[in-house]
Design a protein around this ligand. Structure first.
Ligand code: ADP
Ligand code: PAZ
Ligand code: K
Length: 259
């Protein structure tokens, strides 16, 4: 079975793929100080709790946080006796090479997302991922990542308002009932929610104009379903897009090795 690990700046997601299905998906806060032993204790107790029959013998990692990769590699070597593929490293091949100024500096999560989305939807896509940052990744007709947009994430924007303005509390994002807020919390929620809807719709419109062709929009990330309620701009919302991309990239490398 394959252990697929997607490490973002806020959360790290672990999924186990049995060749046909994901048996489980679990999240842990990203923390570069976490050791291989700590990951293993956490993972194996969840496996036990869910009474899963699991034998991990292969692994693939995508990480936007370079320092966590060392301990994740140790986890795979020590406890699962395997050498993981790490997306973005030279020994992990990609089916579609990115066409940008510095391919090596593209966030691996973005490359994984574009592979997952291209496989499901074909070319000329915009992939929107609501993570710590909100990213827009443009996929060409042949599946290559050709650039995109990085905007501050929803929770970062809320946190920045709270940090910079003495009278503004920390609030959580929700779908506001109205645009005009009648108290401080409602005003902030409206500004971030509808501001974000405007950001997403505006960027999508401008990307389509720049590319001058029809493009599908696929959204992913924990907050995608919330934003889907306020706009018609998404053609699909898929919470397993990154994991799907990781499985595809893993299979591609396996095929290359056995060829
Ligand atoms: N369902 C959700 N509801 C509210 N906030 C969420 C949800 N899912 C994720 N978040 C928040 O969105 C932010 C980005 O989360 P995540 O997608 O895990 O980011 P990353 O991939 O950068 O680690 C985090 O602040 C997280 O707490
Ligand atoms: C843009 C990101 C911070 C998004 O990370 P995330 O929100 O998933 O934690 C990450 O993809 C990254 O560090 N990218 C490197 C720069 C680039 O993609 O061009
Ligand atoms: K992201």
């Amino acid at each position: 079975m394959l252990l697929a690990i997607d490490c973002g700046n806020t959360n790290t997601v672990f999924s186990i793929w049995d060749g046909e299905n994901f048996l489980c998906t679990w999240r842990i806060a990203t923390d570069h100080k976490r050791t291989a032993d700590e990951y293993y204790v956490w993972l194996s107790s969840l496996v036990q709790l869910h009474r899963l029959e699991v034998t991990i013998s292969e692994a693939i990692i995508s990480s936007t946080v370079p320092r966590v990769v060392f301990n994740l590699r140790v986890l795979c070597n020590r406890y699962y006796d395997c050498r993981p593929y790490v997306v973005g490293k030279p020994d992990c091949a990609l089916p579609h090479a990115p066409r940008v100024d510095q391919p090596a500096s593209v966030g691996p999560d973005r490359l994984v997302n574009t592979h997952g989305a291209f496989d499901r939807h074909g070319g000329d896509l915009i992939v929107v991922d609501f993570g710590t940052a909100t990213t827009f990744d443009v996929v060409d007709s042949d599946g290559a990542y050709i650039g995109g947009v990085i905007a501050p994430g929803v929770n970062l924007s809320l946190e920045a308002l709270h940090m910079a303005a003495a009278a503004l509390p920390h609030v959580d994002i929700t779908l506001p009932e109205k645009v005009i807020g009648t108290n401080t919390v409602a005003c902030i929620q409206s500004g971030v929610y509808w501001g974000y809807i405007g950001l997403v719709e505006g960027i999508v419109r401008q990307i389509r104009a720049e590319r001058d062709r029809p493009m599908k929009v696929v959204a992913t990330g924990g907050l995608a379903p919330l934003f889907e309620q306020g706009t018609e701009v998404f053609d699909a919302v898929e919470d397993d897009l990154t994991m799907h991309g990781l499985v595809l990239i893993f299979d591609h490398n396996r095929r290359l090795e056995s060829a």
